[in-house]
Design a protein around this ligand. Sequence first.
Ligand code: ADP
Ligand code: MG
Length: 320
Amino acid sequence: MNRREEKLVVIALGGNALLRRGQNGTFEEQYENVKQTCKILADLIENGYKLAITHGNGPQVGATILRHDAGFRVYGVPPFPMDVCGAETQGFIGYMIQQALTNELLMRGIKKNVITIITRVVVDKNDPDFSNPSKPVGAFYTEKEMMEIKKIHPEYIFKEDKARGGWRRVVPSPDPKYLVEMPGIKALVDAGYIVISSGGGGIPVIEENSEMRGVEAVIDKDLAGERLATSLGASKFIILTDVDGIYVDYDKSTRRKIDVIRVEELKKLYDEGHFPPGSMGPKVKAAIRFIESGGDEAIIADLKDLMNAIRGKAGTHIIR
Ligand code: ADP
Ligand code: MG
């Protein structure tokens, strides 16, 4: 492992950094949210922290897939595979952060380059998730529409969502192994650049016959963020989301927030099932891995509490 860097923190931005509940997803809405997010990140930079950034892309890649789908149905423009859609979202989300963060920093008299790296993340082609895909993506279809798509893509797997009334494609969500672009990311971070990478969990690629190939899958952004934080030798890995920390009995009246917890204790709670797979589960798993790989502290906090969280006054702190 790399020598740990005291002032280097890796920030994982959750869905609310880009899009708020109830918003439509216009570019203007997203850019406005990113501007607010960048004010918070700029505070950290002003306080002397070095940071590397990663972010989610769930709603964004969902919209990109729909655009490809509609473009094909209306204009016959050939749709792109999922790995390419993931790359598209890394590009446009990175652009928004680059623009908003450099503007915010310049306003504060700080001249820093912010650079996005289109990042591939290697996954194991034998990952169990490939034989049992579970992550729903894209539009809801009627059974008839689904059968039509199956004629073009017999390899697609659909699952019925009875509650929301329709069939949806499901793709695997394999465990991230390592970031292909890591040496470049490290060199840029060391040189003082603010780097945005492994967006949306990265573009999933597998190694086959000494070649890399993109696959139809998605990677959890918190688990990929941990690989980034650990490989950079960051002292802190901070997962920012829309809840003020980790709770036990989250959906019961007995709910209780955890302020500080040792990794061993958190592992027990994880095994007891306090953290669901689609939301808090991967964050907790990523935090545990970060500490077990030598990190000093993982923090799970509300985006707006970042400065208080890094001072130990907000969020949940996971320590050794
Ligand atoms: P993000 O987009 O930031 O990754 P998610 O929606 O995936 O956010 O995960 C955050 C959500 O996890 C919170 O809004 C909260 O409702 C939910 N959650 C589920 N279980 C817990 C728990 N035990 N403690 C805290 N939050 C939890
Ligand atoms: Mg979310």
